[in-house]
Design a protein around this ligand. Structure first.
Ligand code: CO
Length: 195
């Protein structure tokens, strides 16, 4: 089955992702698919649970340009080691399309992760890189950027959130989205293989 980007309030977006124990050919294929889906949706980052996978993994290409392959970054089992400063900036998310709001986050972070070759890489991230790392790492913990809005900003996006909720439950009603139990059973099976 090809991967696809799931949208709020799909339950996998609330799933706590599990660290990967192995990277095999099938996983590398999934990662390539994640990049394709990200470019298709004009994104710069995508976390595994946004494509209904339970793994601690996200991909970035801060240029958003699929021609610039050297800008592609894969973060496997990422950990944010240090956070410094505080800054507010607008964010969006491919799982909440066309919804934008200001989010306060650390200004810089130190992130450590494994790359596709199995090397441990530590990076000091600033600006967009820092924000993307924090946004995507949040995803792996089941946190969405809308969870981090001020009370006032939450009110402002409430109607748009309702639209996503109504559409999700209508799709489930129509049989296009499995039950929570079926979704969880599939995630557990994927975890059994690689985590
Ligand atoms: Co997102």
């Amino acid at each position: 089955m090809p991967l696809e980007i799931i949208q709020y309030p799909h339950p996998t977006l609330r799933h706590i992702s599990k660290p990967l124990k192995k990277v095999d050919a099938e996983l590398r294929h999934m990662i390539a698919e994640m990049f394709d889906l990200m470019y298709e949706a004009n994104g710069i980052g995508l976390a595994a649970n946004q494509v209904d996978l339970p793994y601690r993994l996200f991909v970035l290409n801060l240029s958003g340009d699929e021609e610039l392959k050297d800008q592609e970054q894969v973060f496997i089992n990422p950990v944010i080691l240090k956070r410094n400063g505080s800054v507010e900036h607008e964010e969006g998310c491919l799982s909440l399309p066309k919804l934008y709001a200001d989010v306060r986050r650390a200004e810089t972070v130190t992130v450590s992760a494994y790359d596709l070759a199995g090397r441990e890489v530590t990076a000091e991230a600033t600006d967009l890189f820092s924000r993307a790392v924090q946004h995507e790492t949040d995803h792996l913990d089941g946190v969405l950027f809308v969870d981090r809005l001020s009370e006032g900003a939450k009110l402002e996006v409430k109607e748009k959130m309702r639209f996503f909720e109504d559409r999700f439950f209508a799709a489930r009603e129509a049989g296009d989205i499995p039950s929570d139990e079926a979704i969880l059973a599939r995630l557990r099976e994927l975890e059994r293989v690689r985590t």
